[in-house]
Design a protein around this ligand. Sequence first.
Ligand code: BES
Length: 623
Amino acid sequence: MNSEAKARRATKLRRHDAWRTTYTYANFDIDFEKKRFHGTVTLTLRKLDEQKQVVLDTSYLSISSVRIADKDVKWDLATERTEPYGSALTVSLPEGSTANDIAIEIAVATTKDCTALQWMTPAQTSNKKHTYIFSQCQAIHARSLLPCQDTPDVKSTYTFNLRSPLPVLASGLPTKVSEFRAGKDGQPGTLLYSFQQDVPMPSYLFALASGDIASAAIGPRLTVYTGPEELKDCQWEFEDDTEKYIQISEKLVYPYEWTTYNVLVLPPSFPYGGMENPQTTYTTPTLISGDRQKVDVIAHELSYSWSGNLVSCASWEHFWLNEGWTTYLERRIQPAVHKDDQYWDFSALLGWKALSDSIAQFREDHEFTKLMPNLEGKDPDNAFSSVAYEKGFLLLYYLEKLVGQDKLEPFIKHYFTTFKFKSVETSEFKTCLYEFFEKNDEPGYLKLVSKVQWHKWLSEPGFPQKPDSDTSLADVCYDLAKKWQSKGDKSGFKPAKSDLSSFSGQQIYVFLEALQDSSTPLPAKSVELMGSTYAFEKSKNVEIVSRFYVLALRSRAEKYYDDAALLAGSVGRMKFVRPLYRELLKVKPELAKQTFERHKDFYHPICRGMIEKMLVKEKGSGA
Ligand code: BES
């Protein structure tokens, strides 16, 4: 295979052909000393087409041998990387092989450039006692952990054997802990932690964590995992709602497929709010605010157990099928559990705001504001925004409005049954929708569905039509924001702590965002008065504190610069870190750079890379 073909293979985000992985057997030693994994990975692949070579995705991996049926075979690891996809590993099948299933055994080690793993020293953990490691593979980081067909279109069952001195979690059901091995030269002994994943899953859902991890039950089939000191608070935060969420989802779709549902609360450097790794959702500790105000993230992550993990988008260009469905399901679950009529409207309104922010960031005509963007040659992490979530949600909501909720519900069950264990492209979703309403033909429904302007929804950039929604919960937030804006214009407004007494956490976000977005920034003095009146910076809710600091930075309220930098250096969730750096760079670039230098080892490599890029761009712009 010539080098051009290899590069093409490595860049391929769409359907793999010829050979497809059906089973992955991964044996790794987690070496905290050398900060690397080493071991063997055996991929079993099924032939769909005659091809004498198998091409796998890798990124910054060190490969030492490749064997098929216990014999060394020819292999080639591309020496030049194709950014951002990595280096293709081409394995030649043995001469004359006619098998329909082959097992390729690869001896492999991760390197210091691995983008999926964050290694933490004891000093970086909360109780400072032990080392800690965790992974984040979505979108295309699994290839920096193990050679694989790193596209959501390929689904495989898995066995994981992970040797570590500390407890391990991985995306599968734990099967055994065995084979104690004494440590050498004063190193701690290790155990082999085994997991089995019998539900076929795409590579991006592989995840693991190992560290001082304790556990507590939060329901009949639910466990929360976290550090021993944080366990009680985490248990309290989730124990009331999680099982209820599962039961509502099961009614809406069908029974939960993955046996257990767990939540792992990670150290603060976890780069996302949540990540839907099967059996165990990984979350940021910023959800633990002692008021159960952020369990909505759990409703969201749980929904992926159907939309994303069982029925997966076939490539990152169809990402909206994961995110739009998940956002739709989350917004159906929450009001059902909390019996809250206004929840739907309010969260859809917050969603519209998130969509507007993303579109403003990219600009309205940008490819990434399309529901189905062209990602050829692009890093899906760079395309990631609220567009897939909110525009996707709005399309499904529009369908719901067209046919009525009672008619959409049977389609939800039908869609998730039709594509269970499979990966879907948007055209397949559409065909399924049309066929469903054709078969279940009640006069007029197919015609209704035919009203959807697919091209506009899927392939045009910018905003979709804004749905009507009840704005009463938001109006009180806008009113208070207006009072602050007109302060000083003889309005007579005297702020008091009680202004917020009837506000939920989310209403405070709406209030702060309304002020962030106003065309004339609030005077720095007003921001200081707001800080002393509402004590935002003392809130345990990072959603509030970070929004307040962004407002303060936009208003050039110098008093808060150092605190904002401190926050940017102590949480690694990109949703908070990126806006803080963006604003810090505008008002005090040296402080942004110093903060990054000081804390760069604290961040997960994905977050570190993003901030690094922002700082480099800044340099380039001469600021
Ligand atoms: N699957 C996403 C996170 C993700 C997307 C990671 C793309 C890497 C690439 C995840 O489950 C998610 O959407 N998280 C949100 C939760 C929120 C919408 C409730 C987050 O992290 O903020």
